[in-house]
Design a protein around this ligand. Structure first.
Ligand code: ATP
Ligand code: MG
Length: 569
């Protein structure tokens, strides 16, 4: 289970240091963490950071990590999101075992605690309309003002709150507020709302409730109920900590979690806000939550990013407390590095140009041996079919070669990978003057790609024989946004990259890749990510059919990060 992150990470960041010292000093008996997503969208790569942290430390320190759905807003939450989140956490390599919880499991307990606050004079029912309540909240420099309903009697509050629960009032008519301090410097302590009326069915509790606790009232108490020892969350909740502590101080909770904040993950050219991601899906700017251009875990999976690479990325960026923006090239680099070591090689021609070998016997084909991974003999070999007609990459030919271009051009000899040396003799053009076919000869003495006389060629090309070619659509995935800080000018949709998806519909791949379709049909195996030689890393998309395979480019071969890092950028 995700053991690659375990040993290497221990004790290397401030959170792990805190946990270690809490355990050493006996302040906690065993570590309990939780990952608490709100099921109002799919998980993204920022959540991956939180998942790796919470589940990771639990593994490292012999504790446990709960998966808890913070399902307190039925207006935005769906069962489909719950299912997707569970699938994604598992896919990342983590397991909550029996510790699957929902804030909604605690609705009755939370209600009782709200009643407790009313009884102790710590909460009241407020009838102010929302806008007035907001106006009276004050500002960072001015204190707020007390609601005229703030000093209702305990009995009146108990009665009204019970009737809120019973469904006597419409949405928005009343709320329950904590009675703390309208002049508090921390705005979160200015009598925050604990419960609101919402006549909406809940995915889990159905119509049992028409009042729902606010996130702030549910979150810390849920941690306390679950005996979470370390509530790890992102920095925007730092200002909420005094409120969470106030609840813990004023309620008979069974345990006392401590909250620690770490920096959110931000990545250049990427948006990690569920609200924006929801808009992209809703406005059909992408094909869905799992569109390979999306920074969602489902999108990254569909694009071909292995879970190990995602975990490695999270390990690389570390667990700083200060907010920062991570260069997207670091992500690409990490994925490429992982796939270079792990992905099997195949041949695909993205923009095919036909090449005919005039001296190769008509109708003949032969099987050649190709290696699946240059550094991993255990990955074995496979047979690729060679014949008189093959496809090569259009950009591997230049009729008039530019300086430094050593690939195919008239009179030039090159190597076809795993096959033979071929020499271009002439070209065939269409009416528009475009080269549509290369006429070549091959040297039968060079089977496997080496000349017995030791003569050298300067280029080795990948290819696919027409007899072996399976039509394919290749989807090149580019950044979804055109600028590193999408939305900085106010309109995030205006920063969408119109070229985020480039479709090459006339590609061909070697027939060995048909095995991926068979695997998928049998539903036993997820498609693998392959390196298409000289082109990058690709994974079959579920849009594939028996007639046409569809592949997404996970990441290209070219590494810009090494250069960036070397120049200190
Ligand atoms: P968003 O702001 O995208 O809507 P959220 O924080 O509202 O995200 P939740 O479902 O509440 O989404 O998040 C679950 C957990 O994931 C929280 O503990 C949150 O702190 C953490 N998390 C969310 N976004 C990031 C991020 N970009 N980096 C690190 N952790 C994150
Ligand atoms: Mg949230």
């Amino acid at each position: 289970m995700a053991s690659d992150t375990a040993a290497t990470d221990a004790g290397r960041d401030f959170i792990r240091d805190i946990i270690q010292s809490d355990l050493d000093a006996g302040r906690v008996q065993g570590l309990v963490t939780r990952f608490p997503p709100e099921p109002n969208g799919y998980l993204h790569i920022g959540h991956a950071k939180s998942i790796c942290l919470n589940f990771g430390v639990a593994e490292e320190f012999g504790g446990r990590c709960h998966l808890r759905f913070d399902d307190t807003n039925p207006a935005k939450e769906e069962q489909a999101f719950i299912d997707a989140i569970m699938r994604d956490v598992r896919w990342l390599g983590f397991d909550w075992g029996v510790h699957l919880y929902h804030a909604s499991d605690y609705f009755e307990q939370l209600y009782d605690w709200a009643v407790h606050l009313i009884r102790t004079g710590c909460a009241y029912v407020d009838d102010l309309p929302v806008d007035e309540m907001r106006a009276m909240r004050g500002t960072l420099t001015e204190p707020g003002r007390d609601s005229p309903y703030r000093n209702r009697s305990v009995d009146e509050n108990l009665d009204l709150f019970a009737r809120m629960r019973a469904g006597e009032f419409p949405n928005g008519a009343r709320v329950l507020r904590a009675k703390i301090d309208m002049a508090a410097g921390n705005m979160n302590l200015r009598d925050p709302v604990l419960y609101r009326i919402l006549h909406t069915e809940h995915p889990r509790t159905g119509t049992a409730w028409c009042i729902y606790p606010n996130y702030d009232f549910a979150h810390g108490q849920s941690d306390a109920i679950e005996h979470v020892t370390h509530s790890l969350c992102t920095l925007e909740f730092e200002d909420h900590r005094p409120l969470y502590d106030w609840f813990l101080d004023n309620l008979p909770v069974p345990s006392r979690p401590r909250q620690y904040e770490f920096a959110r993950l931000n990545i250049a050219y990427t948006v990690l806000s569920k609200r924006t991601l929801t808009e992209l899906v809703r406005q059909q700017k992408v094909r869905g939550w799992d569109d390979p251009r999306m920074p969602t875990i489902a999108g990254l999976r569909r694009r071909g990013v292995p879970p190990e690479a995602l975990r490695e990325f999270v390990r690389k960026i570390g667990m700083a407390r200060a907010a920062s923006v991570v260069d997207i090239a670091l992500f690409d680099f990490t994925v490429r590095e992982h796939l270079n070591a792990s992905a099997q090689r195949r041949m695909a021609v993205l923009r095919p140009l036909k090449l005919v070998i005039e001296n190769y016997p008509e109708g003949q084909t032969e099987a050649l041996t190709a290696i699946n991974h240059p550094d991993k003999p255990e990955a074995g070999t496979r047979e690729v079919t060679f014949g008189r007609e093959i496809y090569v990459e259009r950009e591997d030919f230049m009729e008039v070669p530019a300086k430094g271009f050593f690939r195919l051009s008239p009179g030039r000899e090159v190597r076809l990978r795993y096959a033979y040396l071929v020499t271009c003799r002439s070209v065939v053009k269409d009416a528009a003057g475009e080269v549509v076919e290369l006429r070549c000869t091959y040297d039968p003495e060079t089977r496997g790609g080496n000349a017995p006389d030791g003569r050298k060629v300067k280029a080795t090309l990948h290819w696919v024989a027409t007899a072996d070619a399976v039509p394919a659509e290749i989807r090149l995935i580019n950044h979804l946004f055109t600028r590193p800080d999408p939305g900085a000018d106010g309109d995030i949709m205006a920063d969408l990259n119109p070229e985020s998806l480039e479709v090459l519909s006339g590609a061909v791949v070697e027939s060995d890749l048909l095995g991926e379709v068979i695997n998928r049909k049998s539903a036993r195996l997820e498609p693998e990510t392959y390196q298409f030689e000289r082109q990058g890393y690709f994974r079959m998309d579920p849009d594939s059919t028996g007639e046409k395979l569809v592949f997404n480019r996970t990441v290209g071969l070219r590494d810009t990060w090494a250069k960036v890092a070397a120049s200190g950028g």
